[in-house]
Design a protein around this ligand. Sequence first.
Ligand code: AMP
Length: 285
Amino acid sequence: MIICRTKQEVQSLMGDWRGEGRSIGVVPTMGALHEGHLSLMDIAARQCDRTVATIFVNPLQFAPHEDFDAYPRDLEGDGAALSDRGCDALFAPDRSALFPADFSTNISVAGVGENHCAVARPHFFDGVATIVAKLLLILRPDAAVFGEKDFQQLAVIRRMVRDLDIDVRILGGPIVREADGLAMSSRNQYLSAEERAIAPALFRTIREAGETISAPGARWDDVCERATKAIIAAGFSSVDYVNFVDASTLDPLERAGPEGRILAAARLGETRLIDNIAVAPVRAA
Ligand code: AMP
């Protein structure tokens, strides 16, 4: 696996591959890789001739009170995992390689970038959109793969790419879970043993909510209230939101109808966990 630390190095490699007629698939990450990330590498490898992972803990998407400094970093371990998985190149730039001191541009996606996670993290999606746009413009891949684990983020990126005419195919990969249902996340490392035992309740609850809202006559207000109480009863400290939305617009739904998604975020001690689940469309009788 080739490791690139500067824009010049990675652009020269991309140029070589394009010159050979190879298609390129990229998987942007913040490192501390787990099977969820590696499953996206497999998707990239199935769709493209050459695969690139990027690892960059993006300062733009952390608020000052959030965990930028504490965010897990393990470049050596990540490099080994990527190489074992057959990744062709890793782009791991320093902050100074991407951001001049007077960097002053911001990409903000209205609509799908509002509500849900944006309520508790108002600058988060601007930070994500801006770094992803930069990475796509530097690498100019044929495809970029993102996880459905961050469902709103995937919607924001799809919208940005469409609106800005960035010539790349955005692919979504399914959520990879631990055996007990907890969605894999680099932040799961923060959980104490006691919190780790509580954590799968988030997935259990939204899965049950998904079954309940699909039943004839069910109304989201009632299902949401029960789900919120169940998450707290399981031992979570607070619930940021449990929302039922149209899977493509992320607009709220009151009852099952079009293809839906339940999105949720809740806090367990100091750790904020997010998860989501598909709700199959209900056809009119
Ligand atoms: P992160 O390093 O957390 O920024 O995540 C990088 C990419 O991996 C994003 O597209 C995430 O949605 C995706 N990802 C993270 N966790 C999972 C998971 N459990 N299953 C599938 N994709 C994931």
